[in-house]
Design a protein around this ligand. Structure first.
Ligand code: FAD
Length: 507
C-alpha cells in the first residue's frame, strides 16, 4: 500500500515520481507497463523516425480519416520507462503566452496561465544558454540550443525567412513565438535525454520511499463508492491489486481515457457496446481529441549535396501569423519546419536522400475535434481513435495558406544556391482543388494528441483546476490529456510544466 500511486512512467509520470518522492514522509509508487529502455537506437537523435513500431511502441492507429483521403494514421506512443519522451523528436517549444491564457480562462485559475506555469517551465530545464528570467539553468532536463551544428540548408531557410521579413527569435522559449530559430533540443552530448533519464536518476531511484514497478500493466481502476481503492494489474503474468490513498493517472492522451472507460467511466452507450458496465456516466471522456498535422511535404530537389543532419533532421520551426508573416506579436496561426532531407507521407514515392530538403507546413490551432474510445473491455482491445482531421473550413483554409507560405519561403533568393526544382506538390498543383487534394494526401501527425480529459471549471470538464477527477475523491490526472486546447507548438514542454506545477502544489 502506498500514499500515492502514479500510473504511467512516461513524460509526466517520471516528473511526478521524482518530485512527489522529494518528501520522504510520502510513499510513492510509479507503475509502468513497459520496462527500462534497452534499444541503443533510442539515444541516437537522428534515429527517432526509424524506431517507431518497435516492441516498446503501443503503435496505435486512427480510423480512416475522410479529411485525409481516407488514410489511417499510425500514432506511436512509448511503452517504456520514459514513455513517449523515448520516441519523440526532442524539440522543446513552450508555446505562446496566449495559448495558456485560454487554459486559465477554461479553469478560472491563473496557475495555468503562462506566468503561472513559468516557474514549472524553469524548474524543469537546464538551458544551454544559462539561467535567466525566462530560462532555468539547473533543472533536470537539458535544453540545448544548437549553433554551428545547424545544417547549411537550414541556415539558408532561416535566411530566406529573414529576407521575407520573418522575425528572428533567439530561441522558441521566450514570450514571442512568431519568427524562426534553430530548434531547442532535449539532447546532451549528442544523445537523447528522456524524461526518465533526466528525472529518475540513480539518486532518485535509490530513495527508500520511491518504488518503481516496470512491466506492470494496469487494466482498470477498482472503485468503491466515490473512491478508487486500487488498481487491477498484471505483474509477471499474475493478476494483482495495487492499493494507494491517492491515484494519479499519467498514462497519456490515448491511454488515460481508455483506462477510465475500461473502469466504467464514460459514455454509457459506448461502454455498453464495448461490453463494460457503466459506473459513472461521463460522456466527455475521450471527447475534444485534437492534434497537430504537418504537410509532408513541400519537397525540393537540391542543386548541391545536402549534408546529413547532425541533429534530428527537422532542425528549425518557423511560427507565423497567417495574415502577415512579418508580424512579431501575438499567437501564430501556421508553422513551417525545415527538414534536411526528403520528408513525404506514405502517399508519395520516396525521394532519395542526399539531394533534397523539405519544408513541413502546418496549422498551429486546428479547430477540428474528434473522439477516442475503447473497442472492448480489455487493455489489448484495439481502441477507436478518430481525431477528425481537417474537418473544419478553418483548418483547410489555414493549411492552404501554410503551403503558400512554404512555397514563398522556398522561392526566396537566400535559397537559390540550393533550389534546383520543387518536387512536391510540384508546379502542376495550383488550383484550390489540386492543393486540397495534395494536402489531404500529404498530412501526417505531428504526434501531439491532447485534450481527451480536459481541465476546466465547467461541469463537463474531466478534471478541475487542481487536476482532480470530477466525480471521484482520490483520483487525479496529470498528463497531455488534460490540455484543454493545444499550444502553438510541440506539447512536451507544456506537459512537463503541468506535472511540475501539479507537484509544486503537493509539496
Ligand atoms: P507518455 O509520455 O506517452 O506516457 C504515458 C506512459 O504510460 C507510457 O510510458 C506508457 O507505457 C504508460 N502506460 C500507458 N498505459 C498504461 C497502462 N495501462 N498500465 C501501465 N502503464 C501504462 N513533443 C514535443 O514537444 N516535441 C517533439 O519533438 C515531439 N515529437 C514527438 C514525436 C513522436 C514520435 C511522439 C510519439 C511524440 C512526440 N511529441 C513531441 C509529443 C510528446 O512526446 C508527448 O506529448 C508527451 O511525451 C506525452 O507525455 P505523457 O506523460 O502525457 O504520456
Amino acid at each position: 500500500h502506498f500514499d500515492v500511486v502514479v500510473v504511467g512512467g512516461g513524460s509526466a509520470g517520471s516528473v511526478l515520481a521524482a518530485r512527489l518522492s522529494e518528501n520522504d514522509d510520502r510513499q510513492v509508487a510509479l507503475i509502468e507497463a513497459g520496462v527500462a529502455p534497452t534499444d541503443p537506437d533510442i539515444a541516437k537523435p537522428a534515429m527517432w523516425p526509424f524506431i517507431q513500431g518497435r516492441d516498446y511502441d503501443w503503435a496505435y492507429e486512427t480510423v480512416p480519416q475522410p479529411g485525409t483521403a481516407n488514410r489511417i494514421h499510425p500514432w506511436p506512443r512509448g511503452r517504456v520507462l520514459g514513455g513517449s519522451s523515448c520516441l519523440h523528436a526532442m524539440a522543446h517549444v513552450r508555446g505562446h503566452p496566449d495559448d495558456f491564457a485560454v487554459w486559465a480562462e477554461a479553469t478560472g485559475s491563473d496557475r495555468w496561465s503562462y506566468d503561472g506555469l513559468l516557474p514549472g517551465f524553469l524548474r524543469s530545464e537546464r538551458f544551454s544558454g544559462g539561467a535567466s528570467e525566462l530560462h532555468g539553468g539547473d533543472g533536470p532536463l537539458p535544453v540545448w540550443l544548437p549553433d554551428e551544428e545547424v545544417n547549411p540548408v537550414v541556415r539558408a531557410y532561416i535566411a530566406a525567412g529573414h529576407e521575407r521579413g520573418v522575425p528572428t527569435l533567439p530561441d522558441h522559449n521566450g514570450r514571442n513565438l512568431n519568427g524562426t530559430s534553430p530548434n531547442s533540443l532535449t539532447i546532451r552530448d549528442g544523445k537523447r535525454v528522456s524524461v526518465a533519464d533526466a528525472y529518475l536518476t540513480d539518486d532518485v531511484r535509490a530513495r527508500p520511499n520511491l518504488t518503481i514497478l516496470t512491466g506492470v500493466s494496469v487494466h482498470r481502476l477498482v472503485i468503491d463508492g466515490n473512491r478508487v481503492t486500487g488498481l487491477a494489474v498484471t505483474r509477471d503474468g499474475r493478476d494483482e491489486t495495487i492499493t494507494g490513498d491517492e491515484i494519479i493517472l499519467s498514462t497519456g492522451s490515448v491511454a488515460t481515457p481508455l483506462l477510465l472507460m475500461r473502469s466504467g467511466l464514460g459514455d454509457p452507450d459506448v461502454l455498453r457496446r464495448a461490453g463494460v458496465e457503466c459506473r459513472l456516466s461521463r460522456p466527455a471522456i475521450g471527447q475534444n481529441l485534437h492534434d497537430h498535422l504537418l504537410g509532408a511535404g513541400n519537397v525540393y530537389r537540391s542543386s548541391q549535396a545536402v549534408p546529413p543532419t547532425k541533429l534530428q533532421h527537422s532542425e528549425s520551426l518557423m511560427y507565423l501569423n497567417a495574415a502577415d508573416i512579418t508580424e512579431a506579436k501575438g499567437v501564430p496561426d501556421i508553422v513551417l519546419g525545415c527538414v534536411t532531407g526528403p520528408s513525404v507521407s506514405e502517399s508519395f514515392a520516396a525521394v532519395a536522400p542526399g539531394f533534397a530538403y523539405t519544408f513541413l507546413f502546418g496549422v498551429t490551432h486546428p479547430s477540428s475535434r474528434g473522439y477516442l474510445s475503447i473497442g472492448g473491455p480489455d487493455l489489448h482491445d484495439k481502441p477507436v481513435i478518430d481525431p477528425a482531421y481537417l474537418q473544419t473550413d478553418h483548418d483547410r483554409t489555414t493549411f492552404r495558406r501554410a503551403l503558400d507560405v512554404a512555397r514563398e519561403i522556398g522561392s526566396a533568393q537566400a535559397l537559390t544556391a540550393w533550389k534546383a526544382e520543387e518536387l512536391l506538390p510540384g508546379p502542376g498543383v495550383r488550383t484550390t482543388a489540386e492543393i486540397d487534394d495534395f494536402i489531404a494526401r500529404a498530412v501526417i501527425t505531428h504526434h501531439h494528441p491532447v485534450g481527451t480529459c480536459r481541465m476546466g471549471k465547467d461541469a463537463d470538464a474531466i478534471v478541475d483546476a487542481d487536476l482532480r477527477f470530477n466525480g471521484l475523491d482520490n483520483l487525479s490526472i496529470v498528463d497531455a490529456s488534460v490540455i484543454p486546447t493545444i499550444t502553438s507548438g510541440p506539447v512536451h514542454a507544456a506537459v512537463l510544466a503541468i506535472a511540475e506545477t501539479f507537484a509544486a502544489g503537493r509539496r
